[in-house]
Ligand binder design. Structure first.
Ligand code: GAR
Length: 207
């Protein structure tokens, strides 16, 4: 007789992901949607965004959390950098994996120690070029254009204690066109981010 596997909902333990973001949250939105509709979800071989962590009151990502009925945690600087970096709250919420998506604060050592090799970031350029403090959003794209680069792209990397520095996991490239502005290049790079970030996250959380 053919063997059938019937996973009861209670047996499926999906990895819980917290997204840390400071801005509009287009990556957060896309990750939530992609993972929610992933074909790997049925067998529990995917991840689920169960918490949005934000450092900026009024940021667009908070609205995205609300629309998707995902709890949001607004964090304070003092506690993040000089306190326990919210490790207790993240552990209490059962968070397995942390995804930075446009999160503009450095990640403190306490958090990195609590989640070794379980925190990743996306950067809108080809690291190690155009990374570091102050290199975010349009600043990155303007620097790429000013230097007359022919190519830009995305880098997904593990987070360590330096800005945009940990081990690189994945890169994808796109052209920089003659008449590009920071805005038009940002759009092209965002398209790459939306295509690849959820795929890399899914591979890492089930891996
Ligand atoms: C993304 O392009 C991300 O790569 C960048 O912020 C943007 C956030 O967009 N991150 C950095 O620059 C980190 N150094 P989103 O809020 O629409 O997802």
């Amino acid at each position: 007789m053919a063997k059938s596997y019937n996973f009861a909902a209670s047996e499926i333990k999906m990895k819980k992901i917290a997204i840390f973001a400071s801005g509009a949250g287009s990556n957060a939105k896309n990750i939530i949607l992609t993972l929610n509709t992933s074909p790997l979800r049925g067998a529990g071989r995917s991840g689920e965004v169960t918490l949005i962590v934000c450092n900026k009151p009024g940021a667009g990502v908070l609205k995205i959390a609300e629309e998707n009925k995902i709890p949001a945690l607004l964090i304070e600087k003092e506690k993040f950098f000089r306190g326990n970096a919210y490790v207790d709250e993240l552990k209490a919420a059962g968070i397995d994996f942390i995804v930075l998506a446009g999160f503009l604060w450095k990640v403190p050592p306490a958090l990195i120690k609590a989640y070794p090799q379980k925190i990743i970031n996306i950067h809108p350029a080809l690291l190690p070029k155009y990374g570091g403090k102050g290199m975010y959003g349009h600043h990155v794209h303007q620097a790429v254009i000013d230097n007359r680069e022919k190519e830009s792209g995305i880098t997904i990397h593990f987070v360590d204690e330096l800005y945009d520095h940990g081990k690189i996991i994945f890169q994808a490239t796109c052209p920089v066109l003659e008449n590009d502005t920071a805005g038009s290049l940002a759009q092209r790079v965002h398209t790459l981010e939306h295509e690849y970030y959820p795929k890399v996250i899914e591979e890492l959380v089930i891996g």
